[in-house]
Ligand binder design. Sequence first.
Ligand SMILES: C[S@@+](CC[C@H](N)C(=O)[O-])C[C@H]1O[C@@H](n2cnc3c(N)ncnc32)[C@H](O)[C@@H]1O
Length: 275
Amino acid sequence: MVITAATRVLAGAGVASPRVDAELLTAHVLGVSRSRLLTAPPPDAAQCAEIDRLVAARRTRIPLQHLTGTAPFYGHEFEVGPGVFVPRFETELLVEWALQHVPGEKTRIVDLCGGSGAIAVAVAQQQSEVYCVEQSPAALRWLRRNVARLAPDVRVVEGDATDPAVLRGLDGTVDLVLSNPPYVPEGAPVDVEVAVHDPHDAVFAGADGLALMPGLVGRATDLLRPGGWLGIEHDDTQGASLPELIRATGRFDAVTDHRDLAGRPRFVTGRRMAD
Ligand SMILES: C[S@@+](CC[C@H](N)C(=O)[O-])C[C@H]1O[C@@H](n2cnc3c(N)ncnc32)[C@H](O)[C@@H]1O
C-alpha cells in the first residue's frame, strides 16, 4: 500500500525508477534491505510519516542517495550528500577492468578526481598502495570519511589532478592510473538530480566535455612506469575523440575503448610505452 502510493507520487514527479526508489526509501526507514521488504513487518505510524517525508523530498528530485545518506558501489556503502558526486553503477566496469590489471600485491595505483572515493576504495581491496587525488573541499570531506571507514590505507591527496607538482615524487613508478573525471559537455541535457544536486565541477567539462582530459592524460603519462596502464571513464560521445587524444600523445599503445552493458562507449584504456 505505502509503496504503491509512493510509486505513484514519484512517477508523477518524473523520477526515472519510481518503484525502485519507493522500495528503497521504505526499506531505509524500516532498516531492512530491499530484498527483505516482503517479509518485513508493515511500517508503524511514525515510520509511515517518515516515508511520506522522504517521498515528498524525493518528489522534488533530491537524489535518492542524498536521502538515504549512502550510495552502493562495488560492494561498499559510500556516504554521500551535498557537495559530492554520487558514484554510478557504470563506473564499476572501470574498476573490474582495473582489478584485472593489478599485477600483484605491490601495485601502486593513483585515482585522479576521487570524489567520494568510490574507485580508490574499490581497488584498494588488493593490498595495493592507493592514492586518491581530489580538489573540491566539499568532496574531500566525504572522501576522507569514506576512506577512514572503508579503506584507511588509501592516501587522500588534496590538489589539482592535472598539476605536475601533485604526487610528483611518484613519477615513473605507478602501475595503474584510473580516473572518472568530469566529462559531460556543458549544456548537455541531464536529469534534474544531476543538474541541481551533483556539483557542477564534478560533471561538466567544457563545450565537448574534454576540457580536463589533456591535463589528466599528461599527468598520467608522467606518473606511469613503462608498461603501466591508464583507464579513464568518458561520455558516450567521446568513444573516438578520447582514444584519439591519448594516441596522439605518442606515449601509449594498446589504446582501446570499452563499451558498457548497453553497448555505449564508456571508458578507454591504454598502456604506457617506454620513452
Ligand atoms: C565525476 S566525479 C567522479 C568521482 C569518483 N571518481 C566516482 O567515480 O564516483 C569527478 C570528481 O573530480 C573532481 N575534480 C574535478 N576537477 C578536478 C581537478 N582538476 N583535480 C582534482 N579533482 C577534480 C570533482 O570534484 C569530482 O569529485
